[in-house]
Design a protein around this ligand. Structure first.
Ligand SMILES: Nc1ncnc2c1ncn2[C@@H]1O[C@H](COP(=O)(O)OP(=O)(O)OP(=O)(O)O)[C@@H](O)[C@H]1O
Ligand SMILES: [Mg+2]
Length: 317
């Protein structure tokens, strides 16, 4: 793998003219380097500059100042554009075309032809689980199907960089899980590809990404690996017990949050040392342990901590 970063954003600012004497700074002096093979989540409240950043990476918008390089090439060059597959915020296709026809159309625009194009389209329709729907016109597609077709389109020429603007937005819980699985499959099949996607859902970012960038009012507030953000925090455990005596409850779990659950009583505790001590006490007292679950510290809390200047309201996504 080459050591050239996949995306290099250097001191980029984007100011939109919004009236005769009015302007809006959508992105403010952004500097960011994304290595090849990384899955990075771009987070931030509405209007924080996520889509504007992506459109500048894609070369759709020109930065007011600063520079963006894609695999070493300036983002306003044809070469840089050929490196990128893009899923827009609201993908739309010609309604009267079928999914297959859409992919053939865009494949031809990319210079693919003949058997190679046919095989690629078949492969992608299978990958995004649209094989059965390939004869149906796009106008009959659900939101999830349209989203998956757009992902297939973005993968047509197997680009090293994928830019997905809110791939989960508008999907139901099952659709979101399918999309997460699809993103995992895409990256699993080509681990050298870089995936840069925006989202409002921290859980999706936490599950899929290696690192996260957090924008607020156009400024980069945090850029760190998820592991480093949540490292150093005590692991939290939930332990469910049946028929625990009041005496044990008041001694062992004196300061632990607790609640009743269908299978017994659940207690929350922090840290492996505390867990070991609690377990030894419970085993000695022959208490029935129904389950012990490790709970990863939530990225949301880590982001708060990483940027203590942000108030709760400011970070609400
Ligand atoms: N073409 C434009 N002309 C003027 N202002 C714009 C334009 N595009 C974006 N903006 C403004 O720039 C800011 C950043 O917008 P952007 O769409 O990048 O935010 P976002 O983080 O993608 O938001 P969302 O989460 O709602 O998708 C917003 O205040 C928006 O109103
Ligand atoms: Mg947006």
């Amino acid at each position: 793998m080459s050591s050239t970063p996949c995306i290099t954003i250097t001191e980029v600012t984007k100011i939109f003219k919004t009236g005769l004497f009015k302007s809006k700074k959508a992105v403010d002096n952004l500097t960011l380097q994304v290595p090849q093979g990384e899955v990075i989540g771009l987070l931030g409240p509405n209007g924080s500059g996520k889509s504007t950043t992506m459109k500048m990476i894609l070369g759709f918008l020109k930065p007011t100042s600063g520079q963006i390089l894609i695999c070493g090439q300036s983002s306003d060059t044809k070469m840089a554009r050929s490196f990128i597959g893009y899923l827009p915020e609201n993908p739309r296709f010609q309604k009267f075309l079928t999914g297959t026809e859409v992919l053939f159309y865009y494949g031809k625009l990319l210079g693919l032809t003949g058997l190679a194009l046919k095989k690629r389209v078949e492969y992608l329709l299978e990958m995004v689980s649209l094989k059965q729907a390939n004869k149906e016109r796009v106008q009959g597609y659900s939101k999830g199907m349209t989203q998956r077709l757009a992902i297939a389109q973005s993968l047509l020429n197997n680009p090293p960089l994928l830019i997905f603007d809110e791939p989960m937005s508008g999907l139901d819980p099952l659709g979101r899980i399918e999309m997460r699985n699809l993103i995992n499959t895409i990256h699993g099949e080509n681990p050298n590809s870089t995936l840069f996607f925006s989202s409002h859902v921290l859980e999706d970012v936490e599950i899929l990404c290696k690192s996260v960038a957090f924008l607020q009012a156009g400024k980069l507030k945090t850029y760190a690996s998820i592991d480093s953000l949540i490292a150093g925090e005590e692991q939290r455990y939930e332990i469910v017990l049946q028929n625990i005596s009041r005496e044990l409850e008041s001694t062992i779990f004196k300061h632990c949050p607790q609640r009743d659950v269908a299978t017994g009583k659940s207690f929350s505790l922090e840290g492996p040392e505390k867990l070991s001590w609690v377990l030894s006490q419970l085993i000695e007292a022959k208490t029935k342990i129904v389950s012990i679950t490790g709970q990863r510290r939530k990225l949301e809390e880590a982001l708060f901590r990483a940027n203590e200047r942000l108030s709760l309201k400011e970070v609400s996504l």
